[in-house]
Ligand binder design. Structure first.
Ligand code: NAP
Length: 321
């Protein structure tokens, strides 16, 4: 595994982290989930990314992760970076969604209980909430750190203006924003417009989520939609109609290029995300250890020639998902 310092902090993250959004809930096979976590850790993946609502049902990924940790990795807690978040709908009524102090404080207590952890390494506001003043959200995060419930703070999916505002607030209170989490892949290059510069400017790290565009940037959909895929399964967040012919044609061309680099499609897509030094890490998803191993091989070739980058730009031609 390769590790990188997270912005200007003293914390190193693995360049490839594992996310538990899909495939780790009560609806999934517990033994496969356990095998993936244990294998990932063995391979040097020290960072596991959770959120209160991951499952389904919501909360169950945290419960499963806590059980796996307790029963198999308890003596390794200090070798791991475990994150969680609150921001999307979690429970009924006005206090189970958004970014109010009430929601964040209640949610982190629940997440700690579900996982059985004493603290999270990183706790995030999962999304910008236009109905809550940024100061309220950020002060809640500062207090979460001061109360010892999290070691570091992160923010996710904030628009550039609000990200600056949030980072200023945190910096002035000596609880700098450790990390910014945003969607970034060949099919979503928005962070290149402003966010990567903002995070670097504040000394914050950056971690990319859905770096494979939920599986579309792999060889998975080259010949249609397989039954065991996120696009085909009802609990999957990817809809079948999002896997368009136009995108698949592009992936076919990228796939040839990946072969010339000695990589699989997934390997090249992940290496491409990591080519930028401002990107501390990426969070990949996986349904089994075979996918995970394929993804970890990305680290064997992270360098692109100028010609390769131009070819990739030409193929992508602004395509988004
Ligand atoms: N902050 C946020 O709002 C936010 C939002 C989304 C995600 N996240 C974080 O980012 C993590 C990753 O997101 P993601 O799961 O969308 O990431 P992703 O890596 O883009 O997609 C993962 C999916 O791609 C397929 N896949 C992975 N490796 C493959 C391989 N080698 N060959 C073929 N198919 C492969 C699998 O889907 P199949 O099931 O089809 O096999 C897998 O579940 C999440 O778990 C979560 O921690 C955060």
């Amino acid at each position: 595994m390769k590790y990188a310092y997270c912005g200007k902090s003293g914390l190193q993250l693995p360049r490839i982290s594992l996310g538990l959004w899909h495939n780790f809930g009560f609806i999934n096979d517990y033994e496969i989930a356990k095998e993936m976590i244990l294998h990932a850790f063995e391979m040097g993946v020290t960072h596991f990314d959770l959120a209160n609502n991951y499952g389904p049902p919501p909360g169950s990924a945290e419960s499963n992760f806590g059980k796996i940790l307790r029963e198999n990795l308890a003596s390794h807690r200090d070798e791991m970076i475990i994150s969680s978040k609150a921001g999307h709908l979690m429970w009924d009524g006005p206090y189970g969604d958004g970014a109010s102090r009430k929601y964040l404080m209640a949610s982190i207590s629940q997440s700690l209980k579900r996982t059985g952890l004493e603290y999270f390494d990183i706790f995030y506001t999962h999304r910008y909430d236009p109905n809550t003043p940024i100061e309220e959200t950020m002060q809640a995060l500062v207090d979460i750190v001061r109360q010892g419930k999290a070691l570091y703070i992160g923010i996710s999916k904030y628009p550039p203006l609000q990200a600056r505002h949030a980072m200023n607030y945190l910096k002035e209170r000596d609880v700098p924003c450790l990390i910014f989490q945003d969607k970034y892949s060949m099919f979503n290059r928005k962070p290149e417009e402003e966010i990567l510069d903002i995070t670097a400017g504040y000394g914050s790290g950056f971690i990319a989520f859905s770096p494979l565009a939920q599986g579309v940037l792999t060889d998975k959909y080259l010949h249609g939609i397989p039954a065991h895929s996120r696009a085909a399964e009802p609990a999957g967040f990817l809809r079948e109609d999002q896997v368009t012919d136009i995108l698949v044609e592009k992936v076919k061309k990228l796939h040839i290029l990946a072969g010339l680099r000695g990589q699989t499609m997934a390997g090249m897509a992940l290496a491409w995300v990591l080519r930028d030094e401002r990107v501390t890490s990426l969070i990949v998803g996986a349904r089994n250890t075979r996918q995970l191993d394929d993804n970890l091989k990305a680290l064997q070739n992270l360098t692109f020639t100028q010609e390769e980058l131009e070819q990739i730009d030409d193929i992508l031609d602004g395509a988004t998902l």
